[in-house]
Design a binder for this molecule. Structure first.
Ligand code: NAD
Length: 357
């Protein structure tokens, strides 16, 4: 097991990474939250079928309550949020109770927001079950979606700990492995050229990754995330660099319909676009062809889906939280490991998108 210490302005906590780490939950609860009155395990219907039993068996003596959300992005609606709060009240959770999130980024975001707002904030623990959640479970951003925009209603609420049990990742479908791994690639590109080279050398097939390779990828990715959130918990500065690939990525995800195209797959296309912009506007000199070939070999789509219209994608990008006046703010790279923010006018963006397609 590896322990990564996360340090933010508001809180310090550990991320435990390894096979079987959920078995340490009782000991942690005993030592860190000895007054916990009740535990509510929040998960989604798919993860519930696959892994809820294992978590409940570990926590059996604490008689936890359970809330099961719909799978994927459907977990992040107002209705599901309301139902989860109702479950909390019906199960008599109080200010000393704990929410344990078992699932991917969607359940993590929902559970975290329930924990942030229930009785003005109670403790929560993340048990991530996707690769993508190496990103979402660390850093304390929690949110649900509004029909007019993704992650628009949320809070900053750090967990008490993250138990990243690699044994729970074995059931992930191929598409979800790809989705999560895009965020690993992002972390390497924005922060660590050596990590990027390590990925390029070691990762040639996402479906036959050795446990050691997966574990190294997640640990390095979490450390990069920590490097940003430890300096800028509330995204007033450098934390925005974590949005590399996300401006176009979020727009693609929304245009395609949540659930049809995964978050990471959309972000990977967004990163290719951002790298192209970086080459053209900042003289990055990145071998994009080689990167795109690698990404395609790993199973990623590498260009804009043909059904996506320029105007609608630009209008989506303008709705994003990164818009400044008529310009859209992009994270680009001056060098691998050196992100910069660049405002790009709508007209230039339209030209670049046309050339990208
Ligand atoms: N809070 C943050 O900082 C942050 C960062 C990045 C992404 N996000 C959010 O994370 C969400 C995406 O996260 P995600 O990709 O983990 O998606 P997800 O939680 O929707 O999970 C993807 C799918 O995989 C299933 N699944 C989860 N674990 C599984 C397992 N072990 N075996 C089999 N199936 C499993 C889920 O049921 C779901 O259908 C988005 O809502 C995004 O906005 C948040």
């Amino acid at each position: 097991m590896e322990t990564i210490h996360i340090q933010t302005e508001s809180k310090q906590y550990d991320v435990f990474v390894g096979e079987g780490v959920i078995s340490r939950l009782p000991e942690f609860l005993n030592s860190h939250l000895p007054d916990a009155t009740k535990i509510l395990v929040m998960t989604d219907e798919i993860v519930a079928k696959l892994h809820l039993g294992k978590v409940l068996s570990v926590l059996d003596h604490l008689n936890p309550a359970v809330f099961i959300a719909p799978g994927g992005e459907k977990a992040k609606t107002f209705d599901v949020y309301y139902d989860a709060l109702t479950a909390g009240l019906e199960n008599r959770l109080d200010r000393k109770s704990v929410i344990l999130s078992l699932g991917g980024g969607a359940v993590g975001d929902l559970s975290g927001f329930v924990a942030a707002s229930y009785m003005r904030g109670i403790s929560f623990i993340q048990v991530p079950t996707t690769i993508l959640a190496h990103d979402s479970a660390v850093g304390g951003k929690v949110a649900i979606n509004h029909p007019l925009g993704k992650n628009m209603i949320g809070a900053f609420h750090q967990p008490e700990a993250v138990f990243y049990d690699l044994a729970l990742l074995g059931t992930l479908p191929e598409q979800e492995v790809r989705s999560g791994f895009a965020e690993v690639i992002k972390h390497a590109l924005i922060y660590d050229p050596d990590f990027y080279q390590w990925l390029r050398t070691n990762i040639q097939d996402l479906n036959s990754m050795a446990l050691g390779q997966l574990s190294q990828s997640l640990i390095k990715g979490i450390k990069v995330k920590n490097a940003f959130v430890s300096q800028d918990e509330r995204e007033t500065g450098i934390r925005a660099y974590l949005n590399f690939g996300h401006t176009l990525g979020h727009a693609i995800e929304a245009e395609m319909g949540y659930g049809k195209f995964t978050h990471g797959e959309a972000v990977l296309i967004g990163m290719i676009f951002a790298l192209k912009l970086s080459n053209e506007l900042l003289d990055l000199n990145f071998d994009l062809e080689n990167f795109t070939e690698w990404a395609a070999r790993l199973g990623y789509q590498t260009s804009l889906p043909p059904q996506i219209g320029y105007d609608s994608v630009i209008s989506r990008m303008k709705q994003d939280k990164k818009t400044v006046g008529e310009s859209i703010r992009f994270v680009l790279l001056g060098k691998v490991g050196q992100p910069v923010l660049k405002e790009i006018s709508e007209s230039l963006l339209l030209d670049k998108l046309k050339a990208f397609k």
